[in-house]
Design a protein around this ligand. Structure first.
Ligand code: C2O
Ligand code: CU
Length: 477
């Protein structure tokens, strides 16, 4: 695997500069309440961030008055039925990242629906066929709205979930705080857009820097990790523990032990882990991460002073129930190429915008500095029009100086090759992390009619031109 090259990029380009302060411990909110969330209200508000030096009331935007928004939890086969109400001062829409709804429910405004104006509502209503860990977030002006906190987590439980003592949710984000400790609102900085995106100076788990994750010796935990950051990549290490990965991007994988590897999570990606609490009572074990900026202590497993657990720890870990997936017809697949260009140090001289060729300066003035196949984010024509049921292979070439996290809406894909090396049995994913100069082939079946976005999930890159869509023929619901 070449993923470690992402970390090389970190060290080469981003290690300089002061790190986030990670001094004292914070109390994370390991929220695990069940909410059916019939109404999801977006509004302005406040969120307390624990910085290690104290608490900061940050001016955030949120769903349901909290960041993350309410945990939406269902069982496979249930129906998501959420009425979104927009109480913001600007339009918005909700995207259900990793779920496979009909096109009109995808929330990718303005491609699949008109953005919901302030004061209005939109009803999202579709069946949940896939179990796993997913999330929802704004899909309109995300470089502003998502960074202010408009996101939440969706859990769809398996019919028979694995036996664990506890199911914990860790939401990873990073924030840009000003020197006075408030949330910086200098969104839209073109320098950031042309580089790695808006990287925070405070990395948090459940809103706390260096968060305490309380555990009891002897218990088995299912840990669900969700990277909701705008642009940040986390390469996580769990000192003193050997987590086993059971799902990536919500999709079950053949369980594999992390061992000495770092768990890489690009923006939008998720992982489900089984962690056996093998530490001693009263011990403390750091959860560290390399990011695109520095090395941080994200938190720690903080052990209670007694033992517990039900004896599950140490027993075999069975694979999760599978989600139904179409079979890929690789021999007859349609092949597409997608070349990513632009950004700082990328050497892009010009690209199409608004149907016209523009030089870099004019593109910059229009806030477009990235391109796919020479087109800087125009959404008037699809990358390709696909027949329903056909297998498609997209050869994605990262011809830029930065890593990217490529996300496909509406379908899950398999990574089938990376830099020429075939990947046997790659996991089904919805977001693929690519290092600078990586070349990744993804394969999927064109399942559902409509227009499905394919974009970088570093939101500033998306807004800056790294977006396109695939059109699947047929009647889109
Ligand atoms: Cu998670 Cu197009 O988004
Ligand atoms: Cu990107």
């Amino acid at each position: 695997m070449t993923f470690c090259r992402v970390i090389d990029i970190n060290r080469r380009h981003f290690l300089a500069g002061a790190g986030a302060a990670v001094l004292a411990t914070g109390a994370p909110r390991l929220a695990h309440a069940t909410t059916t969330g019939q109404r999801l209200v977006a509004d302005e508000g406040r969120t307390v961030l624990t910085t290690g030096r104290g608490s900061v009331p940050a001016d955030t935007w949120s769903y349901g008055g909290s960041v993350p928004g309410p945990l939406l939890r269902y069982r496979r086969g249930e129906r998501l039925d959420v009425t979104f109400e927009n109480r913001l001062q600007e339009p918005s829409a909700v995207h259900w990242h990793g779920l496979r709804p009909p096109n009109g429910m995808d929330g990718a405004a303005p491609l699949t629906q008109a953005p919901v104006p302030p004061g209005e509502t939109y009803r999202y209503d579709f069946d949940l066929d896939d179990a796993g860990t997913y999330w929802y977030h704004t899909h309109f002006r995300g470089w502003n709205q998502q960074d202010r906190g408009l996101y939440g987590v969706i859990i769809v439980d398996e019919e028979s979930p694995p036996a664990v003592d506890r199911d914990l949710l860790l939401v990873l984000d990073d924030w840009v705080l000003t020197r006075r400790g408030t949330l910086s609102t200098d969104f839209g900085d073109m320098h950031e857009w042309a580089h790695a995106g808006r990287l925070g100076n405070l990395a948090t788990i459940n809103n706390a820097a260096d968060a305490d994750v309380p555990v009891t010796a002897g218990e088995r935990i299912r840990l669900r990790l969700v990277n909701v950051a705008n642009a940040q990549i986390f390469a996580l290490m769990f000192d003193g523990h050997d987590p086993v990965v059971i799902a990536e991007d919500g999709n079950p994988v053949t369980p594999w032990a992390l061992g000495e590897k770092e768990l890489l999570l690009g923006p939008g990606q998720r992982a489900d882990l089984i962690v056996d609490a093998v530490g001693a009572p009263s011990s403390r074990h750091t959860i560290r991460a390399y990011t695109l900026r520095d090395e941080v202590n994200m938190g720690a497993f903080v052990y209670a002073d007694r033992e517990g657990g039900s004896g599950l720890a140490g027993t075999d870990i069975a694979p999760l129930e599978t989600n139904a997936r179409p079979s890929l017809n690789r021999a007859g697949a349609r092949r597409l190429e997608l070349r990513m260009e632009g950004g700082a140090m990328g050497g892009m001289g010009r690209a199409m915008m608004g149907g016209r060729m523009m030089g870099m300066r004019e593109l910059m003035r229009n806030r477009r500095i990235w391109a796919f196949n020479g087109v800087a984010g125009d959404m008037d024509a699809p990358l390709a029009t696909l027949k329903r049921g056909e297998t498609v292979i997209v050869d994605i070439i990262n011809d830029t100086a930065f890593p990217h996290a490529m996300h496909l809406h509406g379908m899950h894909f398999r990574e089938i090759a990376r830099n020429g090396a075939p990947i046997e049995d790659g996991a089904w994913r919805d977001t693929s992390l690519m290092a600078s100069d990586d070349r990744v082939e993804i394969a999927f079946v064109a399942e559902t009619p409509g227009r499905w976005m394919l974009h970088c999930h570093m939101i500033e890159h998306q807004a800056g031109g790294m977006m396109t869509f695939l059109e699947i023929e047929g009647d889109a619901a």
